[in-house]
Design a binder for this molecule. Structure first.
Ligand code: GDP
Ligand code: MG
Length: 163
């Protein structure tokens, strides 16, 4: 069956925006699964003849889980369990937060490939904001601008190379 790519990250970093952009990006959408509650969380996509299924872990409702940190731990662990490749999405405008550190700590303990992406890098000038993300200990950060589909090709290249 197809490889599973999970998008992990705290609320508001742009997971849904990225998810929807990849779905547009022909990348043909082969099939949509019925969404759970609010968001569509599974989507089939394709890049350079590689087919895969994406999961937006942020769309998974965690019943009775009101602590952000606890939700993030569960989402990261779910992704590690379910996915073949994990895209860890962060926000280049906000910089590294404590929650990012916690997610990174969990993701550093998997042998599955983790691709670190820094979103909201909308202009070349903002690419400087990416360097601090090396501190997460997850290798090279890939700058993207999900709203305008900036650099998504580079990110998807990294994703399919790790299958
Ligand atoms: P999620 O909670 O991680 O799913 O984040 P959303 O996709 O809902 O996005 C959160 C907010 O960030 C929204 O207001 C988006 O419009 C905004 N956003 C997403 N991607 C970008 C981007 O590339 N640049 C900027 N400036 N804002 C973005
Ligand atoms: Mg979302």
């Amino acid at each position: 069956s197809k490889p599973i790519v999970a998008i992990v990250g705290r609320p508001n970093v742009g997971k849904s925006t990225l998810f929807n952009q990849i779905g547009k990006k022909r990348v043909s959408i082969v099939e949509d699964f019925p969404g759970v509650t609010r968001d569509r969380i599974y989507m089939d996509a394709e890049w350079l003849n590689h087919q895969f299924t994406m999961i937006d872990t942020g769309g998974i409702e965690l019943e009775g889980q009101d602590s952000l940190l606890a939700s993030m731990r569960i989402q990261a662990e779910l992704a590690i369990e379910e996915a073949d490749v994990i895209v860890f999405l962060t926000d280049g405008r906000a910089g590294i937060t404590n929650t990012d550190d916690e997610i990174a700590r969990i993701l550093r303990n998997t042998r599955k490939p983790v691709i670190l992406a820094v979103n909201k890098i909308d202009t070349p000038k903002q690419e400087m904001d990416v360097y601090e993300f090396y501190n997460l200990g997850l290798g090279d950060p890939t700058p993207i601008g999900a709203s305008n589909a900036l650099n998504l090709g580079d990110l998807l290249d990294r994703v399919v190379e790790s299958f």
